[in-house]
Design a protein around this ligand. Sequence first.
Ligand code: PBG
Ligand code: ZN
Length: 329
Amino acid sequence: MVRMRRLRVNEEMRSLVRETSLQKSDLVYPVFVIEGKNIKNPVDSMPGIYQYSIDRLGEELKRAAESGISAVLVFGIPEHKDDTGSEAYNAEGVTQRAVRYMKEKFPKLLVIADVCLCEYTSHGHCGLVCNGEILNDETLGLLAKMSVSLAKAGADMIAPSDMMDGRVEYIRKALDKEGFCNTAIMAYSAKFASGYYSPFRDAAHSAPAFGDRRTYQMDPANGKEAVRECKYDIEEGADIVMVKPALAYLDVVKEVSRQVECPIAVYNVSGEYSMVKAAAQNGWIDEKRIVMENMLAMKRAGAKIIITYHAIEIAGWLDGQEKLKAKEQ
Ligand code: PBG
Ligand code: ZN
């Protein structure tokens, strides 16, 4: 007779048949870098997350490295913004300086640079704007310039999050032409126009000044289209494709994992983080339990890489689990 409970009798049995697991090496920790000196600004809508000036960035990177996190995703917040986001591709821009600093002080840390114009443009859109329209083809050259300048600064991976069509191919060609054929591309392929990004826009000062991002980011109603986005990005040269946000889109992750062979990343975005933090602060949920369950769900759906603001705390919990196991044996 079938007794499903036979394989659940104790932890040894359960771990023997466990289908998915979470490792520190799955995790990417996002960091926000701001211009100025001696700054550690809390982001009010994201408890535990701060904007750092470059001179204090080391504190946070040390914390990440010591916890065993080996990859970070860097977002720069420039002081000067203009129509064309010129600080985005300035060799002396805040992001380029931050990347140089990171690779100099923490050479083994994998530095992934987000590529998008919205933190750098005065209008807050991810591309050039003309008469209220977000221009596609005219934006590609700037994204490529930004990518090359970040590769020159030492970035190991470029992560375009703009959602312009054809940008992966454009960026790949520009990187190769400048000799950066080993700089990987993690494309934000299926990036949805989501309400879950609003805490991030406080953190990165990147809210659009007019309108929204629905003419370039995906409609939350669409799943098949997400698979097409991923396939096109792979054809264009993406090494890793991403689905973003994560939790409300795990069906998309599953479908993409059925249909593509490259590693899949998910972005457990700011709003997802803030909801968990808020409920935990109220004592309504067990934070560790909820976070670990969420992470496992992303892995089960097919993600290999998880970009998450919880990364450092998770690393600590994973250490705790290991210690406990060692003690019991
Ligand atoms: C910029 C960008 C956004 C996020 C990552 N890169 C915001 C947006 O598209 O408005 C969101 C990350 C998060 O919410 O944690 N294009
Ligand atoms: Zn953007």
